[in-house]
Design a protein around this ligand. Structure first.
Ligand code: COA
Length: 260
């Protein structure tokens, strides 16, 4: 697939994905969602050497200012439901990706943009970042998982407040609430996101994938997270990486993990 709205650059096995519709504050139109889905279902999994992925927005104003409101006008009933289904399916691809995905939030992360950031494993907020679920201003509700992931991240009271008032919060407040992992000076979001991925890249890759799966299991319907963790732990103890990690510890050297 040719990417029209996503800019991809890979450096040192880290993929930087930039939402590139600056004039529309990087709003997620249909084409962008198709590209994002393709990226996480086909392209990224095929890049087997990746350490992780950073998502960010073009320009210095927005990460992603939501779904494209101009396309909403064509939407009603079943079309709206299909749009939400596709959006949720796409964001689940991100949440379930086996390598760290970090949102470098460089400006407005509103509506679908906040939902996108929340589907990432970690969020770095620049000082100019603004988060919010303003859908009620349009007479709709979040549809890409916002009511669920915001509640998971900040709790019911704040989630209800943010979704019902539609008000934006700044980076400091997002950090205080646990929505942002870090706040950094404007312009340093991507560097910090890369640093976080580099940190995880020194660990056992299978262990990282199993951490992601096991934490996600807490929120999966009908899945016993504790039982999932026991199974995943067992799987990690059967890896060459575990033997290497434990041996390196006893030999007082840095482990060389191979993802096996
Ligand atoms: N969808 C489509 N276009 C959008 C957009 C969105 N979600 N958010 C911003 N844009 C466009 C604006 O229409 C404008 O385009 P124009 O120059 O062709 O008119 C351009 O981006 C700049 O936005 P503008 O509103 O002029 O900037 P601002 O600084 O005054 O306000 C925001 C910035 C983010 C507060 C404001 O754009 C906004 O509220 N956007 C919608 C956010 C939202 O409700 N998202 C959830 C959608 S469900």
């Amino acid at each position: 697939m040719t990417y029209e709205n996503l800019l991809l650059s890979e450096e040192n096995n880290i993929l930087i994905v930039t939402f590139n519709r600056e004039k529309a504050l990087n709003a997620l139109n249909r084409r962008t969602m198709l590209e994002l889905n393709h990226l996480f279902s086909e392209d990224a999994p095929a890049r087997t050497n990746l350490k992780g992925i950073v998502l960010t927005g073009a320009g210095d104003r927005a990460f992603v200012a939501g779904a494209d409101i101009k396309e909403f006008l064509e939407m009603e009933g079943e079309k709206g439901q299909n749009m939400a289904q596709y959006g949720q399916d796409t964001l689940f691809l991100i949440e379930r990706f086996s390598k760290p995905v970090v949102a470098a939030v460089n400006g407005f992360a509103l509506g679908g943009g906040c939902e996108l950031a929340m589907a990432c494993h970690l969020r770095v907020a620049g000082e100019k970042a603004r988060f919010g679920q303003p859908e009620v201003n349009l007479g709709i509700i979040p549809g890409y998982g916002g009511t669920q992931r915001l509640t998971q991240l900040v709790g019911k009271a704040k989630s209800l407040e943010l979704c019902m008032t539609g008000e934006m919060i700044d980076a400091t407040e997002a950090h205080r609430l646990g929505l942002a992992n870090y706040v950094v000076p404007a312009g340093e979001e991507v560097i910090m996101a890369i640093n976080l991925i580099e940190k995880t890249a020194t660990k056992g890759p299978i262990a990282i994938a199993k951490v992601i799966e096991s934490v996600n299991a807490f929120f999966e319907d009908g899945v016993d997270g504790f039982a999932y963790e026991i199974k995943a732990f067992g799987e990690t103890t059967n890896t060459t990486d575990f033997r290497e990690g434990a041996t390196a510890f006893t030999e007082k050297r840095t482990p060389k993990f191979e993802g096996k």
